[in-house]
Design a protein around this ligand. Structure first.
Ligand SMILES: Nc1ncnc2c1ncn2[C@@H]1O[C@H](COP(=O)(O)OP(=O)(O)OP(=O)(O)O)[C@@H](O)[C@H]1O
Length: 215
């Protein structure tokens, strides 16, 4: 699996306030990049830019050496983005949510697969309960089930550990590590202290100059 997301000279302003500037980064197979910074420093904004959801920025984004505007459909076919809210439909059950995700991705899947993935994220017995009746951590787990259900090489995850219990955190850390070791890559934000995650690099927002460092 060969792929590379590159950003050169990224800068973004909101309401005449510069959030970040001069961001250069590259992410490829086996790599994990953690975006750090205090509340309001622009982490979510940067992740939305890197996942092709925002276009009001300056600088350049390339996917596999091609400008993003030309590579967009190939890029999106390789991307799995999970936002800082679970993004699940409250009126639907976990099973129905996963079927809906699969339909959005143009996949049919089957119910046995969805049941197995939900059991894997600790939702056995809750498959048919409306998501509105699940706890915050259980709702997050429905979203996290997509990591297994919709295999994609590049994961962009905004605060994926939010509301997850201690055991779930350890499972998710292992899941991120396994993904990187299998040749995938992860860009994430988290206020949670991470266990060692292979090729972890950090980019820190919230200073006049942004910094990128290895572990
Ligand atoms: N659509 C928008 N319009 C105007 N301002 C925005 C918009 N989106 C974000 N902002 C502002 O940009 C700043 C950065 O927001 P962002 O959500 O990227 O920060 P963050 O680092 O992810 O914060 P947190 O750690 O609290 O999640 C905030 O001050 C926010 O109010």
């Amino acid at each position: 699996m060969t792929f590379r997301l590159e950003a050169r000279g990224l800068a973004c302003e909101r309401d005449d306030r510069r959030l970040f500037q001069d961001i250069d980064l590259e992410v490829g197979p086996g790599e994990v990049l953690r975006v750090e910074g205090p509340n309001g420093s622009g982490k979510t904004t940067l992740l939305k830019i890197l996942s092709g959801q925002l276009t009001d920025y300056s600088g350049e984004l390339h996917w596999c050496g091609q400008p993003m505007r030309r590579a967009r459909s190939a890029f999106l076919a390789n991307l799995l983005y999970l936002g800082h809210t679970p993004g699940v439909k409250a009126a639907l059950s976990p099973l129905e949510n996963l079927a809906w995700y699969q339909a959005l991705c143009g996949e049919r899947g089957d119910e046995a697969e969805r049941m197995a993935v939900l059991a894997d994220v600790g939702l056995h017995g809750f498959e048919d309960v409306p998501v509105a009746q699940l706890s915050a951590g259980q709702q997050r787990r429905v979203a996290l089930a997509r990591l297994t259900l919709t295999p994609r090489p590049l994961w962009v995850l905004d605060e994926p550990f939010t509301a997850i219990d201690k055991h779930g955190v350890a499972r998710l850390e292992q899941r991120l590590l396994d993904h990187a070791q299998a040749g995938g890559s992860v860009i994430l934000t988290t206020h949670h202290e991470l266990a060692p995650l292979g090729e972890l690099r950090r980019i820190t927002l919230g200073h006049r100059a942004c910094s990128v460092a290895g572990e």
